[in-house]
Design a protein around this ligand. Structure first.
Ligand SMILES: Cc1cc2nc3c(=O)[nH]c(=O)nc-3n(C[C@H](O)[C@H](O)[C@H](O)COP(=O)(O)OP(=O)(O)OC[C@H]3O[C@@H](n4cnc5c(N)ncnc54)[C@H](O)[C@@H]3O)c2cc1C
Length: 397
């Protein structure tokens, strides 16, 4: 059981809506600073959705500071390099070292199964004093009062109104809390479709160098591979342009349709054909919200700023948000509105920069032929210096 410093026994709990990576990390960061926290999650349990996730040093250092380092080091892998290859031929365009991240930024560049990260966060949340985690419950109304906020929490069979010191919405892309706050803007289909699959590492030919992180770039499609589950599994994500749009976190993909889309990727097709099944989902995008903080209420993670996955930073940003908001709340524990205003001021420009960079990467990764030739030439020229422009991203503290 982790003991946390007590800030004030009379401060009511901070309610966090959503137990995704952002919400669970927020609960841990707040508890570490002595706040009591109630996390409400509308699902009745956390499912093993998704596949791999890259955790860059700007996020991994926060998780290590929270005490998750040992568990993550067992579940994650730290690939030696990011290789960039041509999708059609698998020819190497550039190899940028990743193992130097530890020396350069003081924390590793990990790749991990999303379910492993979620389970490790969950185990720590359950082992931390001062956090109450409630499944099958959502926040349905908010009213300001003299003591703080009156928050109505709704479950399947009962409503409950509790006093909260503050409320943090970590309820994802289609945030219900943002709607409650009056932001009715909707995320839009981006026109990209992500296909994700995993294989046992023993089934993958060493010719694909599966222990490295590899970015495959083609015409209007790209793929990313890396090891997960301590190196026992191999993760492959392909992103293609889509005509029709289907919503949803995860649905089964038509393997033959993917193979038809990638018929010119002759060198990688044998690996793509090996995948027993694909989880597919349409990627959404939205313009940065201009306002996240409303008095004692704020938004965080995808609820505030969903990011296209072309910089692998959505979860990382949510983890950064969690550390930042907890730090600021601890500085002015009696004035969450001030902490949340400062939080938005600090985080909004960074989140916007990351969103814009990810969107730009998306355009570059999905260029049509023959523009791909110029792109590949530039990457070849950058070679091992490919990640040198990203100190602003990975060095965030
Ligand atoms: C293909 C793909 C690849 C990606 N790869 C990476 C990567 O490599 N690295 C990276 O950093 N990021 C990556 N991301 C992004 C990352 O997955 C998300 O940015 C991240 O999961 C956001 O976390 P979150 O906690 O903000 O939201 P979510 O993970 O969406 O969690 C929100 C939670 O809130 C709950 N909820 C929703 N509504 C309510 C409500 N009304 N009340 C209570 N609970 C509610 C949901 O059930 C859910 O549990 C990727 C995304 C995609 C699509």
């Amino acid at each position: 059981m982790t003991q946390a410093p007590i800030i004030s026994p009379i401060i009511p709990p901070i309610v966090v809506s959503g137990a995704g990576i952002g919400g669970l990390t927020t609960a841990l960061c707040l508890a570490a600073r002595g706040f009591s926290v109630t996390v409400v999650e509308k699902r009745t349990k956390l499912e093993e959705v998704g596949a791999g996730l890259q955790l860059s040093p700007n996020a991994s250092h926060i998780l290590i500071r929270l005490g998750l380092g040992k568990a993550l080091a067992r579940a994650a892998c730290a690939p030696l390099s990011l290789d960039v290859r041509r999708g059609e031929t698998t020819d190497l365009l550039a190899r940028a070292p990743l193992h130097m991240m530890q020396n350069r930024f003081g924390a590793p560049y990990w790749v991990v199964h999303r379910a492993d990260l979620q389970q490790i966060l969950l185990d720590h949340v359950r082992g931390t004093q001062g956090i109450s985690l409630q499944f099958g419950r959502s926040l349905s109304a908010l009213h300001h009062s003299d003591q703080g906020l009156e928050v109505t929490i709704t479950g399947t069979s009962q409503h409950e109104t509790v006093t909260a010191h503050a409320v943090i919405g970590a309820d994802g892309l289609h945030s219900d809390l943002a709607m409650l706050l009056g932001d009715t803007s909707k995320a839009k289909a981006s026109g990209y479709q992500a296909w994700r699959g995993t294989l046992p590492m023993s089934a993958v030919s060493p010719a694909f160098e599966p222990q490295r992180t590899t970015l495959y770039l083609g015409a209007q499609a790209h793929g990313v591979t890396y090891p997960i589950r301590g190196g026992e599994q191999f993760n492959l994500v392909m992103v293609t342009r889509e005509k029709a749009h289907e919503a949803g976190w995860s649905r089964t993909g038509d393997a033959e349709a993917l193979q038809r889309k990638l018929k010119s990727w002759t060198a990688l097709l044998p690996l793509i054909r090996q995948m027993p099944d694909w989880q597919v989902w349409s990627l959404y995008d939205r313009a940065p919200r201009q306002r996240w903080s409303f008095g004692r209420v704020t938004l965080l993670g995808d609820a505030a700023h969903p990011v296209l996955p072309f910089l692998a930073q959505g979860a990382a940003l949510a983890i950064e948000d969690a550390a930042c908001v907890a730090h600021l709340l601890a500085q002015t524990p009696d004035n969450p509105a001030q902490a949340f205003a400062t939080y938005q001021q600090i985080r909004l420009p960074r989140a916007t920069r990351v969103q814009e960079t990810a969107r730009k990467n998306g355009s570059i990764y999905h260029l049509p032929f023959p523009l791909t030739l110029a792109r590949d030439l530039v990457i070849r020229q950058k070679g091992g210096r490919l990640l040198e422009d990203y100190d602003w991203l990975y060095g965030w503290k």
